[in-house]
Ligand binder design. Sequence first.
Ligand SMILES: [Zn+2]
Length: 326
Amino acid sequence: MQFGDFAGNASIKRQLSSQIDAGHYPHALLIEGPLGSGRRTLARLIARAALCRHGEHAARPCGTCAACQKTAPPDLTELGGDGATLSVDAIRRLREDAFLLPNESAYRVMILAEAQAMTPQAQNALLKILEEPPAHLLFILTCDKRTSLLETIRSRCVCLTLAPTMWEEAQPVLTTRLPKESPEELCRAHSLFGGCIGQVIDGVGDGTFRQVLDLTPRIAAAIVAPNEAELMELTASLEKEKQLTVGVLSGLSLILRDALVRKYGGITTLSTSPDVAAQLASRLTAQRLTALMEQVEQLQFALARNMNNNLFLTRLCACLRAAAGY
Ligand SMILES: [Zn+2]
C-alpha cells in the first residue's frame, strides 16, 4: 500500500500494508486518534486503496487509474465529521446503501467520521450492519477515543490508534504545506499542537498559532497575579475559540515543564517564554508546579470531552489559581 505524505505511525502502516498488499480488507476498521492526527486522511487512503483498479495490491492507491482519478467515486460514501449529531435515521439510510452491490469496484466503502457523534440509538442501528456485513462492504469509522463508542461496536472492528508525529516525521510534510514559515516556527507549532499535523496546518493557517504564542505567556503569568481578575479577563478571549483553548493549554504545559526544570537547576526551552517560566519557578514550589501540570492535563481531558465552554473557562481559572495556591 502507498501512503503518500501521510507521516509517522510506521507500525500502523506496516500492519495495513501486510493486509492490503495481500488483498485482505477487514469488514470494519476503527481509526482512533486526537484531532488533527490524520484519522480522516488515513481513512480516505484505505478507501482509495480498496477502490483502486491497479492490478497489484502493493501499489494501491496508484493515483493514476480511472477509479483513483475520480474526485467522487460512486462506491465511496462519507458521512459525519461536520460537528453535527449522527442520528438513527442517517445510519438507517446508510444501512440501506450498504447492501447495494458496488457499481464499478470490488468494494463499497463507507467512511463514518467522528463516530462518537452517533447517538446510542444510531450506534445500535450501525451494529446491525457490522453484525452481518455483506462481503463487498468495507466500513471505516474514525473517532477521538474508542471508549466513546459502545463495546459491541468496538468488538466488531479492527482498531488502529494513531499517535502524534515526531518532529522529524512531520517536518517534510509541514515544510511543503506551509512553505512561508521558517523551520523554527514550524517546529514550535508542531510542539505546541502536540505533534498533530492537521492542527499545525490549521493553526498556522488561520492565525490561531500566533494568538496562542501571544496569549499563553500572559495567561501563565496571570496564574500568579495578585488578583484573579487578570486571569479571568485573559481567558474570556478564549470564549467560543476551542482550538485556541487547546493550543493555550498545550502552551501552558510547555511553560510549566520549563519552570519545573529550572526549579531543579536545569534549563529547557520547550516553550518560547523563558522569562515567564523563570517567574513561575521563582514564585512556586516544585509541588505547586507539579500540581499545575496535573491540572492542565485534567483540563485538556475535560476539553476533549466537549464540556460547555463557559463552564470550562470558569473551571480553568478556579483550578489553576487553586493549584498554584492563590
Ligand atoms: Zn488506482
